[in-house]
Design a protein around this ligand. Structure first.
Ligand code: KIV
Ligand code: ZN
Length: 404
C-alpha cells in the first residue's frame, strides 16, 4: 500500500523536494540542522511527502535523511535513489526509523540520456527500471519511479516504461520535465496520453509532475499536467532547484486555490503558513526572496501607486485576487513613495495623529513629493519630519499674516 491516501480523485498530493532538488542547487546547500528546521516547518505547512535527500549521494545526505525522517512526524519521508541495488539499500538504511516512507527511483529514459549517460539501448533501460522497482518493492511498500527527462523521451517508449514499472509495483509514476523544455499545451497532451495508456489500466497508480523552470514555465506546465490528470505535484518552496529551479510550491498551491473555478481540486496545505516557511528558507540558506516574488515577496500585497492605493482603500478586490492573510501576511501594505497620491498621504498622516486639510495638507504633500524623489520610499519617521517642517512653515506664515 502506498503510504499517502490517494483515494480522493480531487485531492492533489504535494510532494516537497526543497530538501533534495532544491538543496542540490548552488547556494542552497543545507546541513542536518537546517534540514531539520525546514522539515518541521514543511510538516506544519501540511505537505504530504518530504523528499529529505539522496541517501547514496554522500554520508552527510544519508545522515540527514535518517535524522529528519526519524525526528519529524506527519508527512511521508522519501529518499531519491538511482536504479541500483546499492542506492536502494542506502535509502532503506536511512529511512529505516520511519514506517511512513517512500523510495523514489529515477532513471534517464530519453535518447540523449540513454546514449550519453549510459550507452544503453532502450530495452536495456526498460529492463533496469523494472529490475530496480521489483527489487525496491521487496523492501518498500511505497515506490515512485521517475523517468528522468521524460519530456524528451519518445512518448510510446515512455508509456512502455511506465506501464512496465507499474506492473513491477511502482504506484507513483513521475514524468519530469528535467530540463524545463515543455510548454503547457505539449505537457497537457503527454499527460492525457499517459493517463489513457497507463493509469486507466492500473487503478491505484497516479501520475506525478515535476517541472523545471528553465523557460519560466514550471508553474504553468505543472498546472497543465494537473488539468490532464496528474494528482501529485513535485514542488519546492520559493521555487528553488536545479538551475532555474523547480515549480514553486506556494505558486501552484495558491493557483489551485484562487482558481478553484478552473481546477476544482484541493491540497492539504495550510496556506496561512506560506510566508513563514518561505522566510525560514530564505534565512536558513541566507538567500533573500525577491521583492516581486509571486505570493510570498514583500511586494505581493504592497501598493505604492496612488490610483491603486485609492482603489484598494475602497475595495481591496480592485487590485488583489487573494487575501494577504490567506498566505500569511498581516495585511495589505501601503508603501508611500513618489507614485502615491494625496489621499494616501493624508490617510497615513491621520493614522499618525495628524488630520491635515487645506493649505497645510498641500504643503505636506508638496514636501512629501520632493523628499520621495530624493529617497524613494517614505516611512513613518520621514513623513512625520515632513509634517513637522510644513507645520512650522505654515504657523510662521500665519503669524506673519496676523502681524500685518
Ligand atoms: O528533474 C528531474 O528529473 C529530477 C528527477 C530526479 C526526478 O529531479
Ligand atoms: Zn528535478
Amino acid at each position: 500500500m502506498p503510504s499517502v491516501d490517494q483515494r480522493d480523485p480531487n485531492r492533489v498530493i504535494v510532494f516537497d523536494t526543497t530538501l533534495r532538488d532544491g538543496e542540490q542547487a548552488p547556494g542552497f546547500s543545507m546541513g542536518v540542522e537546517q534540514k531539520l528546521k525546514m522539515a518541521r516547518a514543511l510538516a506544519g505547512l501540511g505537505v504530504d511527502i518530504i523528499e529529505a535527500g539522496f541517501a547514496a549521494a554522500s554520508p552527510g545526505d544519508e545522515e540527514a535523511v535518517r535524522v529528519v525522517s526519524g525526528e519529524v512526524e506527519g508527512p511521508v519521508f522519501c529518499s531519491l535513489s538511482r536504479a541500483t541495488e546499492s542506492d536502494i539499500m542506502a535509502a532503506h538504511r536511512a529511512l529505516s526509523h520511519n514506517r511512513r516512507r517512500r523510495l523514489h527511483i529515477f532513471l534517464g529514459t530519453s535518447p540523449i540520456h540513454r546514449r550519453a549517460k549510459f550507452n544503453m539501448t532502450a530495452d536495456e533501460v526498460l529492463a533496469q527500471a523494472v529490475n530496480a522497482v521489483a527489487f525496491a518493492r521487496t523492501m518498500f511498500d511505497d515506490v515512485e519511479f521517475s523517468a528522468e527527462d521524460a519530456i524528451r523521451t519518445e512518448p510510446e517508449f515512455l508509456g512502455d516504461v511506465l506501464e512496465a514499472v507499474a506492473n513491477a509495483g511502482a504506484q507513483t509514476l513521475n514524468v519530469p520535465d528535467t530540463v524545463g523544455y515543455s510548454t503547457p499545451a505539449e505537457i497537457y497532451e503527454l499527460f492525457a496520453h499517459l493517463k489513457r495508456r497507463v493509469i486507466d489500466n492500473h487503478p491505484g497508480t497516479i501520475l506525478s509532475t515535476h517541472c523545471h523552470d528553465d523557460l519560466g514555465m514550471a508553474v504553468a506546465n505543472t498546472l497543465s499536467a494537473v488539468k490532464a490528470g496528474a494528482r501529485q505535484v513535485e514542488v519546492a518552496i520559493n521555487g528553488i532547484g536545479e538551475r532555474a529551479g523547480n515549480c514553486a510550491l506556494e505558486e501552484v498551491v495558491m493557483a489551485l486555490r484562487a482558481r478553484a473555478d478552473q481546477f476544482g481540486l484541493t491540497t492539504g496545505i495550510d496556506t496561512t503558513k506560506l510566508v513563514g516557511v518561505s522566510r525560514l528558507l530564505s534565512q536558513v540558506t541566507e538567500t533573500p526572496v525577491p521583492r516581486n516574488k509571486a505570493i510570498v515577496g514583500i511586494n505581493a500585497f504592497a501598493h505604492e501607486a496612488g490610483i491603486h492605493q485609492h482603489g484598494v482603500l475602497a475595495d481591496a478586490r480592485t487590485y488583489e485576487i487573494m487575501r494577504p492573510q490567506d498566505v500569511g501576511f498581516d495585511g495589505t501594505s501601503f508603501v508611500l513613495g513618489k507614485h502615491s497620491g494625496r489621499h494616501a498621504v493624508s490617510k497615513r498622516a491621520s493614522v499618525l495623529g495628524h488630520d491635515l486639510t487645506g493649505n497645510l495638507l498641500s504643503a505636506v504633500f508638496a514636501g512629501f513629493k520632493r523628499r520621495a524623489d530624493e529617497i524613494g520610499e517614505i516611512d513613518d519617521a520621514e513623513l512625520l519630519a515632513i509634517i513637522r517642517s510644513a507645520t512650522s512653515d505654515h504657523n510662521e506664515l500665519r503669524g506673519a499674516h496676523a502681524a500685518v
